[in-house]
Design a protein around this ligand. Structure first.
Ligand SMILES: O=P(O)(O)OC[C@H]1O[C@](O)(COP(=O)(O)O)[C@@H](O)[C@@H]1O
Ligand SMILES: [Mg+2]
Ligand SMILES: [Mg+2]
Length: 363
């Protein structure tokens, strides 16, 4: 076997820590536990039908419906269990919160408690599991409040804006399994060597191109979109004949991780905006363990993430499972979408050429 010249995730973290001699090593241990959880989930996902874990939780099984009102897949439940078990014991965490758990998870008394909070979506893109399309896990690391020592954490302890994240990232379980990580000084990507069982540094400096000709949105919601979103998409669809003067391509995987990863690799813009489908919901995606970590990764890679109205990372959370409108990716496109939201509504939609060619015009 030829020894790889690429550092493993462990070597990378040790090397980073050497630059901060006072660091306790807790953070590195936490990232390695998260990475181990991701490897275990990658394996469960890769077994597919053979693993006997596809499909929904059986009716009547405990927690078959999660706090979001969504019917859980068996792999949602398994992945949540893997995250909890592999991260609760090490002494780095004061608490955890997950898409699949209604309340924050307190670290059991038998384990030491630490200074970090881990928030995660253990399996993102669940609707794709049974059709063998890429899914992933998303994680965000915050610091526990100073007064948290020795007590079980409450929801309020997790309600910190994304700017407070210490680290964030995701694993994608695609043709290759990858781990993408930011600790606030750029974005790095590791690819799992399935024989060594190690994440190897393959993408030391990920950057999102500022411009793109590719957008991603669930067009089946178009009748519920707000005017700035309709305007943006219509202009993309009008292509070379419209105000953008160039043709666009469209993608929709229905897996946030896979969408974020594509955009990180080659640019693009993703929109899951707030819409009128269910006015009680402020969006589809969850702020604390989907939008914030993806936004942190995007910004650290030179991209941008917005609600349409403001920078995602500056949103003050009010609820653990709060939803939010999310637009992210190539900087110039996200800024354009923000401009459309800031302009008086209807402007642009009423431009004569645009109105004539609008493909999503209200009837
Ligand atoms: O089904 P839709 O409306 O296309 O929504 C797809 C979105 O929902 C999600 O699957 C939600 O995540 P979960 O699978 O973790 O609930 C995102 O990954 C994806 O972007
Ligand atoms: Mg998700
Ligand atoms: Mg999920």
């Amino acid at each position: 076997m030829i020894l790889s010249q690429r550092p493993t995730l462990t070597q990378y973290l040790i090397d980073q820590r050497r630059r901060f001699p006072g660091a306790s090593g807790d953070f590195n241990a936490l990232v390695l536990d998260v990475a181990l959880a991701c490897k275990a989930i990658a394996q469960a996902v890769a077994w597919g039908e053979l693993g006997g874990m596809l499909g929904h939780q059986p009716d009547g099984a405990s927690a078959a419906i999660n706090v979001q009102g969504e019917r859980q897949m068996r792999l949602d439940v398994l992945s949540n269990e893997v995250f909890v078990r592999l991260n609760e014991w090490g002494g780095q965490l004061a608490g955890m919160a997950s898409e699949e758990m209604e309340a924050p998870y307190p670290i059991p008394q038998r384990y030491p408690r630490g200074k970090y909070l881990l928030l995660f979506d253990p399996l993102d893109g669940s609707s794709n599991i049974d059709v063998n399309v890429a899914v992933g896990s998303i994680f965000s690391v915050l610091r526990a409040p100073d007064d948290a020592a020795g007590r079980d954490l409450a929801e309020a302890d997790f309600l910190q804006p994304g700017t407070k994240q210490v680290a964030a990232g995701y694993a994608i379980y695609g043709p290759a399994t990858m781990l993408v990580l930011t600790v606030g000084n750029g974005v790095v990507g590791f690819t799992l060597d399935p024989q060594l069982g190690e994440f190897m540094l393959t993408h030391p400096h990920l950057q999102v191109p500022a411009d793109t000709r590719e957008f991603a949105i669930n067009a089946s919601n178009s009748r519920f979109w707000e005017p700035p979103v309709k305007r943006y998409v219509d202009e993309c669809l009008a292509g070379r004949d419209g105000p953008r003067d160039k043709d666009f391509n469209m993608r929709w995987i229905a897996s946030l991780v896979a969408e974020a990863h594509r955009i990180l690799m080659r640019g693009g813009v993703f929109l899951y905006p707030r819409d009128m489908k269910d006015p009680a919901k402020a969006g589809r995606l969850r702020l604390l363990y989907e939008a914030n970590p993806v936004a942190f990764v995007m910004e650290q890679a030179g991209g941008r993430a917005s609600t349409g109205h403001e920078r995602v990372l500056e949103v003050e959370p009010m609820l653990l499972h709060q939803r939010i409108g999310l637009v992210f990716g190539s900087r110039h496109e996200v800024e354009r979408i923000e401009r459309y939201h800031a302009e008086p509504q209807g402007q642009g939609l009423e431009a004569p050429l645009f109105a004539e060619r609008s493909l999503f015009r209200a009837a």
